[in-house]
Write a protein that binds this ligand. Structure first.
Ligand code: P53
Length: 479
């Protein structure tokens, strides 16, 4: 059999998000973002979302790993690993500190100029997310977050500003990070980070709020795609979904159908991004449940005209659901239907480890959307130990990444899926989004800092650093 290989220009790299590594939360006129009002949780303990900054509480994103002042040193290390690209986000609050200003903050724009120049110095292509869990907190307080249609204009102004400013420095863009996380509308963290919706304890309309907010985000995304292409026709603008394929717990027809309904409930976001319209199942669902988001006929035209160039996805794990007699309508009531999958191992944080699920996901996305795919997050959060003061042996991380890269290569070689790049998450240790911990580490580069915020911030190369260097150098043929 003829072996196909990954294309020569395959985008190997790593991924991060501004709020999780930059720090400098109040530097150079930066405004407060939703990430700045989240305390540190713990393994199994959610982060607290406070009403502004509360004195005496610890907010791990405020300093994070101080990339804001150390980016030169860090990019040099990425270059040493051979990165072809580097995915990060632009903190909206550096550009528009409150989100509703007319004029951008020049100091913030300058920072990203310098950052992108530093990448290009080493031939590293920036891959930029516009909104990665860090919207201006002022938009939450004064407008109620994305429940408000006005947010579309604010986001589009932000997108236009950075598209114009960086049109010759950035070609790869994504609009909203993991827009589908909010499918779990009972989760306070996911609703706040996706949409700036701060749920009350008895928020009975959370589900309809989510459908409204998500609709405005999808319209804003489509407008940004259109605008971006008019500013630079060579821009590649993608969506970004958290791809968590849903498996049935058994071969019982009801379980299989329940899994299918769960997939519909999670992936209508990417249907709209990629195909430009609401899928029929969703139109009926919204109508029958009286969710009635405000969808205008202009919106529908915009959605059609602003479809994405590629599908960006994160892949960490699969999930498994079981049907319930008490749920004859097969509604996807999120965590209530999720069951343990005894066929897969789990990480220390209880996340299933399922490399074949990545190949399955890539096939599913290729079959549905027929667009190039870009794996912009994948990885294992794990505890690391520094030995002999300098060494970090992380065979568990290498094993996880190796199996997932192999699954990706199988999808390309055996299934004909088009994948344009692979950027594992947290290529340098950073603040965990879900828990606010530092000890949940994903990096090839260790950062000396603990969950209380103590440490020298010194960078150390883990064993996986040298392993990934060889993966890139061999274009994936030496895993
Ligand atoms: P952490 C939930 C489920 C899957 C991915 O997550 C998620 C989340 C939110 O926690 O987030 C993505 O840090 C996200 C990154 C995040 C990464 O996965 O909780 O895009 O910002 O850090 C890993 O272990």
């Amino acid at each position: 059999m003829n072996k196909l290989f990954l294309p020569k220009n395959f985008l190997w790299g790593g991924a991060v998000a501004a709020n999780q590594l930059e720090g400098g939360w109040d530097q150079d006129n930066k405004g407060l973002s939703v990430a700045d009002i989240m305390t540190a949780g713990a393994n199994g303990k959610a982060r607290e979302i406070t009403d502004g900054i509360v004195k005496g509480k610890y907010y791990p994103n405020h300093e994070a790993i101080d990339f804001y002042h150390r980016y030169k040193e860090d990019i040099k290390l990425f270059a040493e690993m051979g990165f072809k690209c580097f995915r990060t986000s632009i903190a909206w609050t550096r550009i528009f500190p409150n989100g509703d200003e007319e004029q951008p903050n020049e100091a913030g724009l300058k920072f990203y100029d310098q950052l992108f120049d530093e990448c290009h110095k080493y031939g590293i292509e920036p891959v930029i997310t516009l909104s990665h869990f860090e919207m201006p907190y002022h938009l939450v307080k004064a407008y109620g977050g994305w429940r408000n249609r006005k947010l579309i204009d604010f986001f589009v102004r932000f997108a236009k500003t950075v598209f114009k400013r960086y049109k010759d420095k950035v070609s790869y863009w994504m609009t909203f990070n993991e827009i589908d996380n909010q499918t779990d509308y009972t989760n306070r963290f996911l609703m706040a980070t996706n949409s700036g919706l701060i749920l009350k304890n008895d928020q009975s309309d959370a589900e309809s709020l989510m459908y409204q907010a998500a609709h405005y985000e999808l319209v804003a995304s489509a407008l940004a795609v259109k605008l971006g292409h008019s500013i630079n026709p060579n821009f590649q603008i993608g969506c970004m979904i958290n791809m968590t394929p849903v498996y049935p717990a058994s071969s019982k027809p009801a379980d299989i159908f329940q899994a299918e309904k769960a997939m519909q409930r999670r992936y209508w976001f990417s249907d709209i991004h990629a195909l430009g319209k609401y899928p029929e199942n969703m139109e009926v669902f919204l109508k029958q449940n009286n969710f009635r988001p405000d969808i205008t006929s202009e919106d529908r035209i915009v959605l059609k005209e602003g479809t994405v160039d590629y599908i960006g996805l994160s892949y960490y794990n699969s999930m498994t659901v079981q049907s319930k007699e008490s749920n004859p309508g097969f509604h996807f009531i999120g965590p209530e239907l999720t069951v343990d999958n005894p066929n897969v191992e789990k990480s220390d944080w209880g996340w299933p480890i399922d490399p074949l699920g990545l190949r399955y996901s890539l096939n599913w996305l290729a079959d549905h959307y027929h667009k190039p795919l870009f794996i912009v997050e994948n990885g294992l959060g794990a505890y690391d130990k520094v030995e002999n003061s300098q060494q970090i042996h992380d065979p568990y991380r290498i094993a996880y990444l190796k199996a997932h890269i192999q699954a990706m290569i199988d999808a390309v070689q055996e299934d004909g899926v088009k994948v344009i790049g692979y950027t594992p998450w947290g290529c340098i240790d950073l603040v965990s989004a879900g828990t606010g911990q530092m000890s949940k580490r994903y990096g090839f580069i260790y950062v000396d800092k603990d969950d209380q915020g103590k440490g020298s911030l010194k960078r150390l190369k883990k064993d996986s650093f040298f392993w990934y260097q060889q993966v890139i150098q061999s274009n994936g043929s030496q895993l």
